[in-house]
Design a protein around this ligand. Structure first.
Ligand code: PAF
Length: 289
């Protein structure tokens, strides 16, 4: 595996691959790699001649400075994992390399950014779009791989591609979970052992919600999730600091991402959640229909 830190070296490697008619798979990441990322790389490895993985903590997609400062950075361990997973190129640029000039571009995505993460993280999706477009421009991929844990992000990237009209196939990959059900996330590293032990109840509650959706209406299922998580510490006699604080739980059409009020409102329906636990923001999602 080649580790590349400059755009000039990346351009040369991509040109060489294009001249040899190789297909290119791009896996954009912010590092702190776990099995979830590795599943994207394995998929990319199956489907492309050249696999490029970017490792870049993109400052312009963080609306919260503390979150950016605390975001885990484990570049050496990441490169070892990438090499074992079969990546050909790890692209690890500095902030100055990616953004030599201040970024003024702002993307808009209409209704799909007005729900869930959108209003709570102002500027986040525009920042994601700027970096993803830049990575598309630099790596000229045939396919790009994204995890379904960030369900709304995939809709945003698809919308970006419609706006910029690049012929890139987006390959969504299912959430990878720990044995106890917790969705793998780089942020899990920041959980204490006690918080890590209660965190799987987010997914357990979502699974109960799916069962419940066979017999209960949308509002009841929604309220069940919020109430179960909010009262979890009390019901289980846990310390107040192990309280789940749900930021949102939205049951939405899986394509438009607009909230539904009846299970008959859409064919595909997913539930997306963001929950705070001991100062760590965890997200997860589940399919209802
Ligand atoms: O999902 C992520 O880790 C990031 O949002 C991405 C797509 C790598 C852009 O920085």
């Amino acid at each position: 595996m080649q580790t590349i830190t400059t755009i000039a070296a990346l351009n040369a490697a991509i040109e060489e691959a294009k001249n040899a008619n190789k297909t290119i798979g791009l896996v954009p990441t912010m590092g702190a790699l776990h099995e979830g990322h590795l599943s994207l790389i394995h998929k990319a490895r199956e489907q492309n001649d050249l696999v490029v993985v970017s490792v870049f903590v993109n400052p312009i997609q963080f609306n919260n400075k503390e979150d950016l400062a605390k975001y885990p950075r484990t570049v050496e361990a990441d490169c070892e994992k990438l090499s074992s997973a079969g990546a050909d190129i790890a692209f690890v640029p500095s902030v100055e390399e990616m953004y030599p000039e201040p970024v003024n571009t702002v993307y808009h995505f209409g209704p799909i950014e007005e729900v869930m993460e959108g209003p709570r993280r102002p500027g986040h999706f525009s920042g994601v779009a700027v970096v993803v477009r830049r990575l598309f421009d630099l790596t000229k991929p045939n396919r790009a791989y994204f995890g379904e844990k960030d369900y709304q992000q995939i809709a945003i990237i698809r919308n970006l591609l419609e706006q910029i009209k690049y012929p890139i196939e987006i390959v969504p990959c299912p959430i990878v979970r720990a044995e106890d059900g917790l969705a793998l996330s780089s942020r899990n590293m920041r959980l204490s052992a006690e918080a890590r032990a209660v965190a799987p109840h987010i997914y357990a509650t979502l699974q109960q919600a799916v069962e419940m959706s066979e017999v209960e209406d949308v509002e009841t299922v929604h309220d069940f999730v919020i109430d179960t998580l909010s009262s979890f510490h009390e019901v289980n006699g846990l310390d107040e600091n192990l309280k789940f604080e749900p930021e949102y739980f939205e049951i939405v059409n899986d394509t438009t991402l607009q909230p539904i009020s009846d299970w008959k409102d859409a064919k595909g329906i997913v539930g997306c959640i963001a929950v705070w636990l001991t100062g760590v923001r965890l997200i997860d999602m589940v399919r209802f229909r």
